[in-house]
Design a protein around this ligand. Structure first.
Ligand code: NAD
Length: 510
């Protein structure tokens, strides 16, 4: 298809339809990049209102010295509110950011096809509607592409460029290049439910909700454990911020769009929060209570503890964590033997095995066993989930707690279930990303970029995989599957192939 962006993208006239939170932001970045922008909204006065709000927010940038008065004036002069779509026939690109409704979006495209030229590219900012389905009924469906920005648009770097079955590769490439010219990081995605970010992120919420539903721990512990590996917000506080109604709606739409695949099954707990109007920050209460004066839930405090006096201390396994533990023990005068070839990671004494989780519960491993969570390179704090075997004596559990405290952690005891908090969540994020790559939704690099830039993850799923191992992730998923059964924890075929490549051995099957 001959498209106007392919030839003269830099100053191409852009029409933004929908002057709400996203449309206003998209108009701003397009104008900032030098494009003449028309802004249209079905609600009379909405486009002008959006421009006035933008004017006020840019004035703040001038006060802060981040933009000059001239630059602001030039930017604003490039945006023209329009009251009639017929005045936008010259557009080279239309970016649609109207209500998230298929019929409304299809009707808009059909209306616009009669106005703009055949070489004008049509881009939708939809967060959940299929681009393939949206294109049905268009005269030139090959020019429709997804251009999925993230909120707030001027700040968030990611743009998912979403191709449906009809989308011409050259159209997707033009929009990709354009997004880069607008200072964004563009990532190609296939039009599948949730695209990249909203799909791969599902387990971040789902595993937290499952752990809460089973009463394994509390929101404050879950949040602290995940912030300890660098997440800016834990899943519970993040769901409270997004709103449980919005989050539940996205989960339901991904679940339905995947023909009710049990992997994406929504949570009863979240439905109860929504049904009860406990939507999060916006309603004053969700997982947490935001009322003034409400008690703030606290973590178990860090204890200073001396290393328990013991002979017969062994360190097991290799890697950065065990090296650090070895240095700490040596510096404190604890005599130990380091068995680097051990088939598990952690520490043992004659009365305790303190094992880094490999997915199995402490209770399945013995009476004198406690398990602790995985860590990843970027530790935000020393909070660490751990669990003793349900058969452990009080003395054995206390010994485990003392070792973890003496090693500098702020241990948080949770119920003994497979893979604790971090290992379980990260394994599921990696597995979801692996399935997305297997299905051609995105590349490994695309998934990493999308999660880091779209939702501020501290690392991409394949960065975590590189710091772990495919066999390790599979072991965790298989332990979860053994514990819960069903489809939720099934291993991505891509993960099995990856393990096979890494081991140089046949695929791992349970
Ligand atoms: P919004 O409600 O803030 O704005 C939508 C605007 O579109 C409103 O001003 C409304 O008057 C206007 N509108 C509705 N129907 C119209 C029509 N037929 N023609 C012209 N204007 C019309 O919504 P939003 O949050 O900006 O979302 C817009 C789109 O962006 C949706 O598809 C949404 O899924 C997607 N999106 C939203 C976010 C987000 O965080 N809000 C993030 C990514 C993508």
């Amino acid at each position: 298809m001959n498209n106007k962006l392919a030839h003269d993208a830099a100053l191409a006239p852009v029409l933004v339809v929908g002057a709400g939170i996203m449309g206003a932001g998209i108009a701003q970045v397009a104008a900032q990049a030098g494009h003449p922008v028309s802004l249209y909204d079905v609600r009379p006065g909405a486009a002008q209102d959006a421009l006035s709000k933008l004017q006020a927010s840019l004035a703040v940038q001038v006060t802060k010295g981040k933009m000059s008065t001239d630059a602001v004036a030039a930017l604003l002069a490039r945006i023209t509110p329009v009251a009639d779509l017929h005045d936008t026939a010259h557009s080279a690109l239309v970016v649609e950011a109207i209500v998230e409704n298929m019929d409304a979006k299809r009707a808009l495209w059909q209306q616009l096809e009669a106005i703009v030229g055949a070489d004008c590219v049509l881009a939708s900012n939809t967060s959940s509607i299929s681009i393939t389905a949206m294109a049905q009924g268009l005269r030139n469906p090959e020019r429709l592409v997804g251009m999925h920005f993230f909120n707030p648009v001027p700040l968030m770097k990611l743009v998912e460029v979403v191709s449906g079955l009809h989308t011409a590769p050259q159209v997707a490439d033009s929009v990709f290049a354009l997004a880069q010219n607008w200072g964004k990081v563009a990532v190609h995605a296939r039009s599948t439910p949730g695209f990249i970010v909203n799909r791969i992120a599902r387990p971040y919420y789902a595993e937290a909700l499952a752990l809460l539903q089973e009463q394994c721990t509390t929101p404050v512990v879950l949040d602290a454990c995940l912030k300890a590996i660098g997440f800016r917000m834990g899943p519970c506080e993040l769901m409270d911020l997004i709103g449980h109604d919005t989050n539940f709606a996205v989960t339901q739409s991904v679940y339905q769009a995947n023909f009710y695949d049990k992997r994406y099954v929504p949570s009863l707990l979240q439905r109860e929060l929504v049904d009860g109007g406990l939507l999060g920050r916006k309603s004053g209460r969700g997982m947490y209570d935001y009322a003034e004066g409400a008690a703030k839930p606290q973590l178990a405090a860090a204890q200073t503890a001396d290393f328990p006096a013991h002979s017969g201390v062994h360190l097991h396994g290799s890697g950065a964590r065990m090296d650090a533990w070895g240095q700490l023990l040596a510096a404190s005068g604890v005599v130990f033997v380091h068995d680097r070839g051990s088939d598990w990671t952690g520490l043992s004494t004659p009365t305790l095995q303190l094992r880094q989780t490999d997915g199995r519960t402490a209770s399945s491993l013995g009476a004198d066993v406690a398990v602790f969570d995985r860590a990843f390179a970027r530790e935000g704090s020393r909070v660490l989930a751990w669990a003793p075997s349900v058969r452990a004596s009080a003395a054995c559990a206390a010994e485990a707690q003392s070792w973890l405290s003496a090693l500098g952690y702020q241990p948080q005891q949770v119920a003994d279930q497979s893979a604790l908090v971090v290992a379980r969540t990260v394994a599921m994020l990696i597995n979801e990303a692996a399935d997305a790559v297997q299905q051609g939704v995105c590349t490994m690099d695309g998934a990493n970029q999308a999660m880091k830039l779209g939702v501020n993850y501290p690392a991409g799923p394949f960065d975590w995989l590189a710091a772990w191992s495919a066999q390790g992730v599979i072991a965790v998923l298989q332990a979860l599957d053994a514990q819960y059964g069903g489809e939720r924890y099934r291993v991505s075929p891509w993960m099995r192939q990856q393990a096979c490549r890494q081991l140089g051995a046949p695929e791992i099957h349970a």
